[in-house]
Design a protein around this ligand. Structure first.
Ligand SMILES: [Zn+2]
Length: 136
């Protein structure tokens, strides 16, 4: 018997995990697919910037999970790596969220260009997202 929460193995006769207080199962379910984990689409050390981006995303219908160093360990282990504020979305909305963020940032950049600075064509985004490399 196994605990589906902590994945401990129990001897015959046990029906509940004493640690997790859940019913044991005969077989462990497959580990949650990586694809189901929330995707971090935006990271910043500025909480105000995070709040702004969160509202931008939500205005586009994206459900945003905001993490900070205090909540990170609850849902997204990798978010604990940095003390920054992170915005995460469901995998289904990851692409939409990235599009929204890119559009927003390009718009913001364009606004700055029109503010008088010489227009430099720098549309390539410099967000070096490690997740990007893993995307096939
Ligand atoms: Zn357990």
């Amino acid at each position: 018997m196994f605990c589906p929460e902590c994945r401990s193995e129990y001897r015959e006769g046990f029906t509940r995990c004493t640690d997790c207080d859940v019913d044991l199962v005969a077989e462990l379910p497959a580990l949650p697919a990586v694809d189901e984990a929330p995707r971090i689409v935006f990271t910043t050390s500025q909480p105000s910037e995070a709040a702004l981006m969160k509202s931008v995303l939500e205005a586009s219908g994206v459900e945003v999970f905001a993490f900070d160093e205090h909540q990170a360990n609850i849902t997204v282990p990798m978010a604990t790596l940095l003390g920054d504020v992170k915005l995460a979305v469901s995998p289904e909305q990851e692409q939409l969220a990235r599009d929204v963020l890119r559009d927003y940032q390009e718009t913001a950049e364009n606004d700055q260009k029109f503010g008088g600075l010489t227009a430099v064509d720098s549309l390539e985004d410099d967000d070096t997202d490690p997740d990007e490399a893993n995307d096939r």
